[in-house]
Design a protein around this ligand. Structure first.
Ligand SMILES: [Zn+2]
Length: 292
């Protein structure tokens, strides 16, 4: 007996909830996420499941690859002031990286309920792109901060900035970003080969062969470059009077409270992520609607 689209969606969401719980609890124990981050992550997992089991597995790949990299040479990054919070990512960071994608997964689910499969597939492409941008961004910052050379501002390459500063790029970080985008593109391609518990919009992606993964790779890579540009030009920057350096943080690693330096005060790292993931997702969605 074949399941209807709605039955597949609900079954996938239940599977996503069941699978994400042990992953989440291990992450909490290993301090990859805080308690609020865990709740937000499980919510993201369930909503991605409504867009098919493949969507959830794709998000899981993003989660596992970025979590592993966060822990890679953590003490070295910590010394440079470029490490993530030792208590784990909180709900703001989870939604900064995954909020846009989750909204597009929800839109894809609602469109399929309304019987508009073309839009359901386009919103699915948007969601997948958004997570690919976040993966490229995490890879760029987590691997890039290990670079032996100081980052340079993407908009002013002659200006060097401390590791971990938004808008600062290194060759190593850019190569990592391309690899992070390629990993998600390959994951998408591999998942579309085996459509178990697949909602109809995944069948659309599967029928496009390599074209959707290629679009997602290119757009997410550009999205990560946009993230660096927005980070460099507009994100709030602070100045540590003790170390005489510009930083993203209100409290510098030396323990000194920094002073506001430039940028928009309200524009922090999470908002920059939301702007870049949303722009890339929208571009991929429009490309899909126009050319597929
Ligand atoms: Zn300082």
């Amino acid at each position: 007996m074949a399941l209807t689209g709605e039955e597949v969606a609900v079954s996938s969401a239940i599977a996503a909830a069941t699978l994400s719980l042990p992953v989440g609890l291990i992450s909490l124990k290993r301090r990859l996420v805080s308690k609020s981050g865990l709740v937000a992550s499980i919510l993201v997992a369930i909503i991605s499941g409504l867009a098919g089991l493949q969507s959830f597995l794709y998000v899981l790949m993003f989660y596992l690859s970025s979590s592993l990299l966060t822990r890679l040479k953590y003490s070295e990054k910590s010394k440079k002031g470029a490490a993530e919070n030792p208590r784990g990512r909180d709900w703001r960071q989870v939604l900064g990286a995954g909020g846009v994608g989750t909204l597009f997964f929800a839109a894809s689910f609602v469109s399929s309920l309304l019987g508009n499969l073309k839009f359901s597939a386009a919103f699915l492409v948007a969601a997948l792109t958004s997570f690919a941008v976040s993966n490229a961004d995490t890879w760029a910052s987590e691997i890039g901060s290990l670079s032996k050379t100081l980052p340079r501002l993407i908009v002013k390459p002659w200006v060097k900035v401390p590791p971990g500063t938004s808008g600062g790029i290194t060759v190593l970080g850019e190569l990592a970003s391309i690899t992070g985008a390629a990993l998600m593109s390959l994951t998408l391609w591999a998942l579309s080969l085996h459509l178990i518990l697949a909602v109809p919009s995944w069948a659309f992606i599967s029928s496009s062969a390599c074209r959707v993964p290629i679009i997602i790779f290119l757009v997410s890579w550009l999205g990560e470059i946009l993230d660096s540009i927005v980070g460099a030009l507009f994100q709030a920057k602070y100045y540590c009077p003790r170390c005489k350096v510009v930083t993203d943080k209100k409290l510098h690693k030396c323990g000194t409270t920094t002073v506001f330096y430039r940028g928009f005060r309200w524009l922090g790292n999470e908002t920059t992520n939301i702007i870049s993931t949303f722009t890339a997702a929208l571009c991929a969605c429009l490309l899909y609607l126009m050319y597929f």
